[in-house]
Each structure stands twice: as C-alpha cells, then as structure tokens.
Design a protein around this ligand. Structure first.
Ligand code: SF4
Length: 321
C-alpha cells in the first residue's frame, strides 16, 4: 500500500495529477524509488516527466480560458490604439458606478473593494497563447486593453498583469472611471501602463450623482484631485473620455468647467461621445440639431477634443474609439 503522509504537498499534488492521468504504473515505481532514494537517474526522469505534465496541464487551463471569450475578447480595431485585444478582468458588472447609460445594464455589485476573476499568471498565459494564434493568422496586436464590463481597477492584481503583458513586448491600455485613483495602490498599479484613459463625464457633483450614480463612499472632489496627482506622475499617455447625456451635462457651463479641468491634466486627447437616449427610459429622443450645436461648442471650448460618435453611438463604441 502507498503511504503518503510523509510527502510534501506539491509532490502529493503532482502524484494526484498522475493518478488522474492514468499513470498508475509510473506512480508505483516512483513510490518504491522514493523510499530508497538510491536511483538519482530515475529521479531526474521523474522530474522531467512532472515538468512536462505540468506544462500540459497549464496549456489545457489556458486553452479553456482563452476560448470561452469571457476573459479575452477581440481582436478589434481602435482608431486611437490600433489593433487591440480586450481584457475583461473583473466579474461582470462589478463597478463603483452605475451609470444611467451603461451598456452592461444595472450594476450587479456596486463595490469599492478589490475584486478579480483571474490570476496574473493565468491571464498572461492566455494572452500569450491568443497573440501567438493571431500572429499565425497574420494579425499583429498593438495593445492589450483592460476594458471590462465593470471597473478595471477593482482588480487588485492589475499592476502585475500589466507588467507580465509588457514583458511580452506588448503595450497595455487601461480604461477606468478613475473613481479609485485616490487609493495609493490603484495609482501605483496604473503607473506601469502605457496608456490610461479616464472617464470623466462631469466635474459637477450634482450631475455626477445623477449620471454616474456612484458608490456612496466616493467623493468627486477626491477623485478629480487624484486624477490630477496621477497625471503629474504618469509617464505614459493619458487621455480622457466623456459621455454627453442630454439634459444632464450637455450645457455650456458643464462643457466649460470640463474644459478647464482637462486643461489642468495635460491629457493628450479628450474624447467625447453621445449616449443613445433611446436606451435611457427617462430621457426623450434628442433633436439632431442640438447634437450638432453641442459638438461645435465642445470643439470651441476644449482644445484637442475629439468627437467619437454620433448620437447613435453607444458607450462601448466610445470606449473603443
Ligand atoms: S463606469 Fe462603465 S461599467 Fe461602470 S457603470 Fe459606468 S459605464 Fe458601466
């Protein structure tokens, strides 16, 4: 009978894997040799077999995660970033906001606690595999973009994930609503990215409450200050994106204040898009002329502003612009 009490946990794990892999004969031989510890040649072979099996197991895990399309999606073409692979790195619709225009529906978990669904090594392994497959098809990826159906920085390991992907020679971008940037760890995590896109729809607290419907413990002033602080330290490209919602942030006062704030960030670009009002039950359908006037006003008041979509464009299209 095999006695396992004296074996270390990793060895037990690998032996368990061998059993699962129907390698009982090899296992019996291993146990006999472990007791005597005389055959060093055998142990070398054993180690090599274990390594090969671990790699096989890892490949299997990565394959499953890559192919379900839930964690990694794309490729898709972004006008600003080029060819991208998207990463869904938090649980579906776990967010610090519950924006009235969110394409993902109501927030299922309004949280300011960190939450993640895949560890850094597994994600890196999935990304490497996907990129290799795409290269075989002649598709080169310019950016890996963290843009989940929720808030990317709720993932406390996002910094490690960014580093591992950058070590592959691929640039990284993070789309964030910036609501957790007051947290030191979140700032440090994002500093290693090549490109950070912060979503700021308004600098007016009342409008912010109405459009973004934030977690109760968040403060707009703290967020705006932390984005400024981050901008002063960040060595990559920082840009902003704003969703204009009719009846909320579509007036000249809002646009003027946003313009002044964006100027203080030295952002490389400020992207604007219009929410599709037909998807917001409480809003009326907007006059197309009003959008044209608003577009003019944004361009006049905010240097470097780019209008990404017409009123038919939804938030997702804006985010990938
Ligand atoms: S920040 Fe993004 S994911 Fe979160 S509720 Fe708003 S639109 Fe949806």
């Amino acid at each position: 009978m095999i006695r396992c009490q004296n074996l270390s946990y990793p060895l037990k794990f690998h032996i368990g894997m061998f059993i699962a892999n129907k390698e009982e004969t090899l296992l019996e031989t291993i146990m006999k040799n472990l007791n005597t510890k005389q055959d060093t040649g055998f142990m070398e072979t054993f180690k090599m077999r274990l390594k090969a099996f671990s790699e096989k197991l890892q490949t299997g895990i990565s394959k499953d995660l890559c192919e379900d399309g839930k964690v990694i999606f794309g490729p898709f073409l972004s006008t600003r970033l080029g060819m991208c692979l998207g990463i869904n790195n938090v649980k579906s619709k776990a967010c610090t906001y519950n924006c009235i225009y969110c394409k993902s529906g109501n927030t299922s978990c309004c949280s300011i606690c960190c939450d993640t669904c895949l560890n850094a090594w597994n994600l890196a392994s999935c990304v490497r595999r996907k990129i290799t497959d795409l290269q075989k098809e002649g598709v080169e990826i310019n950016y890996v973009a963290f843009m989940p159906d929720g808030e990317a920085t709720l993932d406390s390991n996002i910094g490690r994930k960014i580093q591992l992907i950058r070590e592959m020679g691929i640039k990284t971008a993070v789309f964030t609503n910036a609501s957790l940037l007051w947290n030191y760890n979140v700032q440090q995590n994002l500093l290693s990215a090549d490109n950070v896109i912060v979503k700021i729809d308004t600098v007016n607290a009342e409008t912010w409450e109405k459009i973004n419907r934030p977690h109760l413990r968040l403060s707009l002033n703290a967020i705006l200050e932390s984005v400024r602080e981050f901008a002063s330290q960040f060595r990559g490209e920082l840009s902003t994106e704003t969703v204009i919602v009719d009846g909320y942030n579509d007036n000249s006062e809002e646009i003027k204040e946003l313009g002044e704030y964006f100027a203080s960030l030295n952002a490389v670009a400020s992207d604007f898009s219009f929410v599709d009002n037909s998807k917001i039950a409480t809003q009326k359908i907007t006059d197309p002329m009003m959008h044209l006037n608003l577009t003019d006003m944004i361009k006049r008041k905010i240097p470097g502003a780019v209008i990404l979509g017409c009123k038919e464009a939804n938030y997702y299209q804006a985010a990938t612009g």
